[in-house]
Design a protein around this ligand. Structure first.
Ligand code: AMP
Ligand code: GLY
Length: 428
């Protein structure tokens, strides 16, 4: 089979590599791709928000499947364009992508499906926000209703800060926000594949959203990840399917907007049980990379089954016994003001470290063909090992071989898990 992958980050690099490892996949095309993806797939520079352009490319290369990496093309209706043209696609319709595109829609679906999540108030005025902050108490959680590239959420003890963020959200056209109950407990990502009816969970992962060690500093797109979660309750993935993903997929189907694609369940494991923090409609980045590093089932066949109502017949997934750790190397100034155009070197040495893969997140070739940074998150170093300690050590050994002027990375990815310090309250 032949597959077209949309996107240009480390998530798409990992997807392309996992697809290429499936013996049934003969060729992968990527749009627009990146210099790392270019080693494995044919990269074609098209506008991936343009459904017609995507369909034309898919037809030109006679692909059997289109895999949509990021959320923006989904919200823009690219999966609808593919389906209308009879092209199999992994990714929900624009209507179903509202599970990520609108926090208030997601909350409403969760309420109908009886899915455990934070109590929430949808607000369209500052008076409503003040009443909601008083009703729910501190710490305050204020979320922009729409897509905000990881910058839409403020969690704070300060009422003034909560109100200031609310003010910014309300000032946007159609300004709407959600004030939410604070969920206390370790955060987990569980990626669930759905063909509209059947749901299959992948191995849980943990993502590190804050820029600095010990979860300090502003939120980012994600600075690292690891999988599996040895400290998590046995049966977590099954519980997420039974109590969260399957009821959500059933509710979407009941509404006539079937969900086909990746339902990314972001959870807090609170003392009262798992509670949904957010839904996304795609693989996480970088948590998806940690998960895919361990998947042994043929990925192309799995995604094709997901896109074509074939999940029930696919059979159980197979996983490597290894642990996987991902460390993101970010550019100077990320996330506030990332500097781009810096030379990126040392990749070959890093990639030669056994059990390491270096994924490109934000790179490009300059006019002379040299690799330079082109975004905030520049590279993902993915390492596997028979223990979390080994995987961590290997990842950081490779990170040390990479040279990017001014770059920074977290030095504590998976370290609390390695030390056995993560506790889920209420479990005995
Ligand atoms: P989101 O964009 O909804 O994933 O939120 C970004 C981050 O804000 C999450 O990863 C959490 O760390 C934090 N967060 C969001 N909602 C809550 C909540 N209800 N309680 C505690 N933390 C939250
Ligand atoms: N790593 C978080 C996300 O992909 O949204």
């Amino acid at each position: 089979m032949k597959v077209l992958v949309l996107g240009s980050g480390a998530r798409e690099h990992a997807i392309v590599m996992a697809l290429a490892a499936d013996p049934e996949v003969d060729a992968v095309v990527a749009a627009p791709g990146n210099p790392g993806i270019d080693a494995t797939a044919l990269c074609v520079p098209i506008d991936i928000l343009d459904g017609e352009a995507v369909v034309l490319l898919a037809r030109h290369h006679q692909v059997d499947l289109v895999v949509v990496g990021p959320e923006a093309p989904l919200v823009a209706g690219v999966a609808d364009a593919c389906r209308a043209a009879g092209v199999a696609v992994l990714g929900p319709s624009a209507a179903a992508a509202q599970l990520e595109g609108s926090k208030s829609f997601a909350k409403e679906v969760m309420a109908s499906a009886d899915v455990p999540t934070a109590l929430a108030h949808v607000c369209t005025s500052l008076d409503e926000v003040e009443a909601a902050l008083d009703a729910l108490g501190a710490p305050h959680v204020v979320k922009d209703d729409g897509l905000a590239a990881g910058k839409g959420v403020v969690v704070t003890d300060s009422r003034d800060e909560a109100l200031a963020h609310a003010d910014r959200c309300l000032a946007k056209p159609g300004g709407r926000l959600v004030v939410e109950e604070f969920l206390d407990g370790p955060e987990v990502s569980v990626f669930c594949l759905s063909d509209g009816e059947t749901v299959v969970a992948l191995s849980p992962a943990q993502d590190f959203k804050r820029v600095g060690d010990d979860d300090r500093g502003p939120n980012t797109g994600g600075m690292g990840a690891y999988s599996p979660l040895e400290w998590a309750p046995a049966g977590l993935a099954d519980e997420v399917v039974a109590r969260i993903a399957q009821p959500t997929v059933d509710e979407m189907r009941r509404r006539g907007i079937p969900f086909v694609g990746v339902l990314y369940v972001g959870l807090a494991l609170t003392r009262r049980g798992p509670r949904v923090i957010e839904f996304n409609v795609r693989f996480g980045d970088p948590d998806g990379q940690a998960c895919l590093a361990r998947l042994e089932s043929p990925f192309g066949q799995l995604l094709l089954a997901t896109a074509t109502a074939g999940l029930a017949a696919f059979g159980p997934l197979r996983w490597s016994a290894d642990r996987a750790v991902v460390v993101v190397v970010a550019s100077q100034g990320y996330p506030d003001a990332p500097r781009t155009g810096d030379p990126v070197t040392g990749l070959d040495a890093a990639a030669e470290v056994p059990n390491v893969v270096v994924l490109h997140a934000g790179t490009r070739r300059d006019d002379g063909g040299s690799l330079v940074s082109s975004g905030g998150r520049v590279l993902d170093v993915v390492a596997v090992g028979s223990t979390l300690a080994k995987a961590r050590k290997t990842a950081y050994r490779a990170v040390a071989l990479i040279d990017l002027p001014g770059s920074h990375h977290r030095s504590d990815i998976a370290s609390r898990a390695e030390r056995g310090e993560i506790v889920v309250e209420g479990l005995s």
